[in-house]
Design a protein around this ligand. Sequence first.
Ligand code: CAA
Length: 707
Amino acid sequence: MPSPAQTEAVQPNPVRYARQGRIGVITVDYPPVNAVGHGVRSGLVAALDAGLADAEAEALLLVCAGRTFMAGADIREFGKPSAPPTLPQVIARLDGSAKPVIAAIHGTALGGGLEVALACHVHVALRSARLGLPEVKLGLLPGAGGTQRLPRLVGAAKALDMILSGEPVGAEEALAIGLVDAVEDGNSPLEAGLRAAERLLAEGWTPQPASARTGRIAGTDPTLFTAMRAELTKRQPHLFSPHRIVDAVEAAVTLPFAEGTARERELFLACMDSPQRAGLIHAFFAEREVAKIPGLPAGTPTRDIRKAGVIGAGTMGGGIAMCFANAGIPVVLVDNAPDALDRGMAAIRRNYEATARKGRLTAAQVEDRMGLIHPTLSYGALADADLVVEAAFESMEVKRTIFRVLDGTCKPGAILATNTSTLDVDAIAAATGRPQDVLGMHFFSPANVMRLLEVVRGARTSHTVLATVMALARRIGKVGVTVGVCYGFVGNRILQQRGREAMALVGEGASPEQVDRVLTGFGFPLGHFAMTDLAGIDVGWRIGEERRKAGDPEAQTPSWLDVLAERGRYGQKTSAGVYRYEPGSRTPIPDPEVASVIGEDRRSRGITPRAVSDVEIRERCLYAMVNEAAKILEEGIAARPVDIDAIWLHGYGFPSWRGGLLFWADREGLGKIAAAVQRYHRDIGGPQWCPSALLLQRAADGQPIGC
Ligand code: CAA
């Protein structure tokens, strides 16, 4: 081997080997996140061979170039045959290396990336690094020794906690639990790794690989696993991989390393074959795909958003102001009623303090965030805002008046957004002399929690404004999805179809509990009526009352839900709605009073209740959604199926292991759905069951509607 202190790289990218003094340095350089794909795997083996053959290398250092350590296996390779060397083969080579291997971690070491690090003999992390095994979020388990090595380093209980949550830990915590051996300051993993390697050699230390350690797993209480299985059955009844994770970690403490690893492999392959894996990976890429907007030229310039404004200090406006403050963006909160402003600010403070009580914010962070929100009664404070979101009362007249004022107040180039959930964004934009700067930012309640943001592109919204708001969505931690203008946009328009069927089914004889049981059985966290109670029945009732008073011919006659609202049963906030709630509890309890209101409603409509099957409930609630989604695609309100999938995943609790509404529809069978839609159209009628031409066409052609 060459002798100069700094050798030439002997491996081409994505992995190169070079020596610095007596340390052989293996560098993975595979942007953007150094995913451990086939090229990286074979590169690692070749670089390890080079390092072992390099007589002057006394220890080997594994580092990554770019913004992060390896962020996992290459997810794009999943579902395809794995070309050798496989990840377990690479990892076995590192583990068995005759020379000590040090991993120096920066950015995020995730999944297969952390498993590579765990197979190294010493682990050093930069203070800013984060380490985790997020496979559970993709329907998998760590299948390259992670379930066997992690417990040996941190103990079975902590390993279960990390692997089942999929959440990474910071470097400090990693040090405290025994996952890393040292935490280093600075920005260079190479420098930190070289320092650690030199220390190791100077101390003459022969580190023991994790696979050979048993101290942390000896004497593990076996009831840990029984208790965890019971909890999972209760908490995540639908999910496949968490139970296999418990089995794998149990194998780590009950079997010798080689047998435990073989058991882990079997369990990993079972997860890989599960449809949940395909769904969760679709959901992972959907979240990223929606940021790429068809027709928006690459390199479209964006505007700087350094100061924001929000109009309306109600629940929605307050939540939106928090989104900006959470991202460090100063925000002016405007309301025309002093008491509403005070109430709004008090609600924001209560919200932050509740988060602090849960340990997720410090007292100082609460004050910092409150300090970024400036309440005012004056629109003048918006003069230098870069973006204003209007979250006022849902009335076209009110909104157009506000936009006229904003147009006269805000500086040229300021973006004016409306949070309307139903009104025509183009009509609102027309109230201004700058429709190119106007669009919708449809947040979901609670706005500071829900990740979805529908970005409503008006007919005249400019590319720059759209690109700016999509980038802002990411900055404030939202999944921004671009949609077109129509009543209810994408999410609520689909929800309305489900709601209509849920109500009709109860009218015909189902109980709200039966409808909700079918929907939670499908995987929604809440059934339709439990969700109605959470959102509040009074909102829809009040809108309906206004319309009825105004003599609107399209206003529906009051439903049994309206009768509940008339009786003051608004939902969770009054401890009674479609269900009743014990004080302080969110568990819905069926209530005979509601059954009698429903019975009375049926009698008044001359309906004799019939037994409704679970199958009918499932079909009518879900297929009506698919049919509407297909119409939304036909009309171009959503540009791609993946946009609809992301909206329902992030705004409405669609089960992520089913991939998304249209991804699921293809697996359910488009032919089956199309036939049922036609049948319900014939038997029930109504515009909602009028079949989408796109749905019928795709079903007839045997083509998917999702992707
Ligand atoms: N494989 C392939 N591509 C990946 C990837 C992976 N593991 N992780 C990220 N990417 C891609 C993204 O799709 C994105 O691509 P585009 O730019 O083309 O959209 C790009 O890398 C950048 O990703 P983000 O936009 O997410 O960047 P970020 O800086 O916000 O986040 C990250 C970076 C924290 C690493 C985040 O991407 C992430 O969490 N990735 C997934 C990590 C993961 O789940 N790893 C485990 C994989 S499973 C495994 O490893 C098990 C096994 O052994 C078989």
